[in-house]
Design a binder for this molecule. Structure first.
Ligand code: HAM
Length: 431
């Protein structure tokens, strides 16, 4: 049996997922962002109404099916729609805390052509912040995304930013775009010909016509912003300047999902790492989505990171994978010693030490080998003599120091050594 195309098993790289998830939780705490978990599948209508019928994500890439009860279901292709649905359904807008920020980490599903950095099931870290239309919130969400990437040591990083404006600006831009595209219409792909009427902005992120001169020379949204929308954008940039976050205004950036208003942004890294899939993070403001999904008018802004892309970038930043290790390996000689090793392991684990022990009465040499493979800092030996005397022989594999102690003192001895040089596997757990 083989895994389906576009999916992957995580085995050695699990450490990198843990590193990233740890950094995410740390950063979320710093920015007062609370975790939210929503279903991996939703009613299809949710994505059609939010992400948009004419987007590639919904129009071409969904895993959509009828469940056994005849319901129209879609595996979530992105996280924003589900979080907004949960915000409305659970009446979170009634919370007296005006600004509420949520984050999530989990799988998304898109039927795309798999390639480097692009999968059919991938993981996203997303943030959605509700309740303020102030540009400060746009900037803070971008800051969070930027600082997370920076904290992982990923470089180079470029924040691309643009504004689509809202209501009147969007209408003016749509008109200008349609006027520009009209003479090219017969030479555009059939999807784009349909999009011309339904949603001309989506023509700009068409994968088929990406290099078409009509698209390359299309008018820019920034040139159509009304005064208030211009002011919003300038203020976002002012906040980024104040935070020392470098950015490039990218007036071609429109993003491939329908719900955006005002600010849109992406964080990109080097193409040599990820080729065309070098966008680590994408997001923006979506001031009408809560209302579209049945809630009261609530401004919001957020982003999504692709974890697998972050992992490629993180690997390059780390040069080599961190080495997995344990604190103690307990070797046992004989059946009686195996029982004693299980009791000693329990005692050490109770003290938060990472412990492995032998499962068979192997030779001493074979057990040392197992211990080395697991990178154990201490090798504990239980032979017949030790079992009889209630003792254990302990060898520090780094300093080569050896000691024979009462089994009841082993945990204290090992913890003392580890805390002295801060090398216990779980050292920072309590910090
Ligand atoms: P998105 O740009 O469609 O935005 O996806 C977010 C990120 O997920 C991308 O920047 C990319 O790193 C990663 N990604 C997308 N497709 C794939 C794939 N097939 N394989 C691997 N990684 C992928 C959203 O999903 C929005 N919900 C972001 C957002 C949140 N906007 C506002 N709030």
């Amino acid at each position: 049996m083989q895994k389906p195309k576009g999916t992957f098993d995580v085995i050695e790289e699990i450490q990198l997922y843990h590193m990233i998830e740890k950094a995410i939780r740390k950063m979320a705490k710093r920015f007062s962002v609370q975790e939210i978990r929503t279903p991996h599948f939703e009613h299809s209508e949710l994505f059609h109404r939010s992400v948009g019928e004419s987007t590639d994500v919904v129009g071409k890439e969904t895993y959509r099916f009828q469940d056994r009860g005849g319901r129209d279901i879609t595996l979530r292709p992105e996280g924003t729609a589900g979080v907004v649905r949960a915000f409305v359904e659970n009446k979170l807008y009634a919370n007296p805390q005006k600004v509420q920020k949520f984050y999530y980490v989990g799988s998304m599903f898109r039927y795309e052509r798999p390639q480097k950095g692009r999968f059919r099931e991938f993981n996203t870290f997303g943030v959605e912040a509700f309740g303020s239309a102030h540009p400060k919130l746009d900037a803070e969400v971008i800051e969070l995304a930027y600082r997370l990437t920076l904290s992982l040591g990923i470089q180079p990083l470029v924040v691309h930013i643009n504004s689509l404006g809202d209501g009147q600006s969007k209408a003016l831009y749509k008109e200008a775009l349609q006027a520009h595209l009209t003479p090219y219409l017969p030479s555009l792909c059939t999807d784009c010909q349909t999009r011309f009427e339904t949603n001309p902005l989506r023509i700009l992120d068409c994968k088929v016509d990406a290099q078409h001169e009509a698209i390359l020379h299309a008018p820019k949204p920034l040139d159509y912003l009304v005064e208030d929308d211009q002011k919003h954008f300038k203020t976002v940039l002012h906040y980024l300047d104040a935070q020392g976050i470098p950015y490039t205004v990218d007036n071609r950036l429109v993003r491939g999902l329908d719900y955006y208003t005002h600010t849109v942004f992406e964080i990109k890294t080097d193409e040599t790492l990820l080729g065309q899939q070098n966008t680590l993070c994408g997001g923006g403001r979506y001031n009408h989505l809560v209302e579209t999904l049945g809630g009261p008018s609530t401004p919001a802004v957020g982003f999504g990171f692709g974890l697998e892309r972050l992992i490629v970038a993180l690997k390059a930043a780390l040069k080599e994978l961190p080495v997995e290790s344990i604190d103690v390996y307990i070797g046992a000689l004989g059946e009686e010693a195996l029982v004693a090793s299980s009791v000693l392991a329990a005692k050490l684990r109770k003290q938060n030490l990472a412990v492995e022990s032998s499962f068979e009465p192997l030779s001493l040499k074979a057990q040392f080998k197992q211990s080395d493979r697991l990178n154990a800092r201490f090798f504990c030996l239980l032979g017949e003599d030790e079992v009889r005397a209630g003792t254990v022989s302990i060898k520090d594999q780094i300093t080569k120091e050896e000691a024979t102690l009462k089994q009841s003192q082993a945990a204290f001895y090992i913890i003392d050594k580890l805390t002295h040089d801060h090398t216990c596997v779980d050292c920072d757990e309590g910090a």
